[in-house]
Write a protein that binds this ligand. Structure first.
Ligand code: GRF
Length: 210
């Protein structure tokens, strides 16, 4: 059996997507993978307590007065020292510097609570309600230098109801996020995909090119 696929997760807060990934690994939905480190820029992130309960290694790397580049350099050093294969952003509230993205080109994923390319950036659920869309959802995508604009790996759709508030729509989307992120990570960890221009295509066993 191959060595386990080594995941790092970056959080800033609640960490429910991080928890969903941890559960998916435990129950075998992301086969042969392990979370080797959870990094938070926020020492008060609730997700850190979840990691302590589950015995997942954590590191807090605060930005403080440093430049984004210097902060990210420390994170990249931590990721390299853990020999990380894939970085999952899960409610990580900072934009990554170009040098971070370059260090892990096509090896950083993010989850966003809208059907990208609609409603990138902050407050995606509020943006969806304000625009009046009838369907929204969530997206897992590769992180590149654009704002929530990297190649899309997977999406799930939810209805927007007439009486939705930001809170009710967010809950409906979050339920789907917790299913979508493990599916997307399982695909990337399997290596059975190709990126062709912007299109991320899963390869079934029959078509897998060796
Ligand atoms: C999620 O809605 C995710 O899509 C967005 O930030 C939120 C993080 O929630 N990027 P959690 O910390 O995973 O609970």
């Amino acid at each position: 059996m191959k060595n386990p696929f080594r995941l790092a997760i970056l959080i800033s807060g609640r960490g429910s997507n991080m928890t969903a990934l941890a559960e998916a690994i435990v129950c075998g939905d992301i086969p042969n993978a392990e979370i080797v480190i959870v990094i938070s820029d926020n020492p008060d992130a609730n997700g850190l307590a979840v990691c302590r309960e589950r015995g997942i290694k954590t590191t807090v790397i605060e930005r403080r007065e440093r430049s984004r580049k210097d902060h990210d350099a420390d994170i990249v050093t931590a990721l390299h020292s853990e020999k990380v294969d894939l970085v999952c952003l899960a409610g990580y509230m900072r934009v990554l510097s170009p040098s971070f993205i370059e260090a892990f080109r096509n090896r950083i994923l993010n989850i966003h609570p809208s059907l990208l390319p609609s409603f990138p950036g902050l407050d995606a659920q509020q943006q969806a309600l304000a625009h009046g869309v009838k369907w929204s959802g969530c997206t897992v995508h590769f992180v590149d230098e654009s704002l929530d604009g990297g190649p899309i790996i997977a999406q799930r759709v939810v209805p927007v109801l007439d009486d939705d508030s930001v809170a009710s729509l967010s809950i409906r989307i979050l339920e789907q996020e917790h299913l979508l992120y493990p599916e997307a990570v399982a695909l990337i960890a399997s290596g059975k995909y190709q990126i062709s221009d912007r299109r991320v295509v899963g390869l079934s066993k029959a078509t897998h090119i060796r």
